[in-house]
Design a protein around this ligand. Structure first.
Ligand code: HEC
Length: 123
């Protein structure tokens, strides 16, 4: 028996490693399925607000906004904390217009809308 590993086995190991790496890439979270774009808050009043404001961008893949139900896109934003999210919702943030175009929304509603869109409860 040779003391060193035969080259053919090293080659097999390298191919398997490459395969594992490629498979790893394949595990990246996929963009949300089209069905999430029709998701609505359970609360009727909130659904109405969402439908006439946030949804215009947050259910529109071309808007550059984190999409409703796309927990991957929301995760780093939610990590900023509820205060920052609320501040950005009320004062605007890059392409995010102040108040998200909902001028009569309360802070409570903004938080509920953000929790709904992000799919995560806010602290
Ligand atoms: C005109 C389009 C538009 C509308 C309407 C809109 N948003 Fe946004 N929103 C955006 C865009 C674009 C971003 C991404 C901004 C960025 O990260 O550069 C964003 C980001 C956000 C963020 C994340 C901010 C952060 O700190 O990362 C929150 C929270 C948010 N929107 C809440 C809302 C809520 C709540 C509504 C409805 C009341 C709403 N948005 C309506 C376009 C919109």
């Amino acid at each position: 028996m040779p003391a060193t590993t035969p080259p053919i086995l090293l080659h097999t190991a390298a191919v398997m490693l490459l395969g594992a790496l490629l498979a790893g890439c394949g595990e990246e979270p996929k963009p949300p399925a089209p069905t999430v774009f029709t998701a609505m808050p359970a609360d009727a009043a909130l659904a109405q607000v969402y439908d006439s404001s946030c949804k215009l961008c947050h259910a529109n893949p071309g808007a550059g906004a984190p999409l409703t139900g796309d927990t991957h896109a929301w995760a780093p934003r939610v990590a900023q904390g509820a205060d920052t999210l609320l501040d950005h919702a009320i004062n605007g943030y890059n392409g995010m217009p102040p108040m998200g175009l909902c001028m009569h929304c309360s802070e409570e509603q903004f938080l509920a809308l953000i929790a709904f869109m992000s799919g995560q409860s806010l602290q």
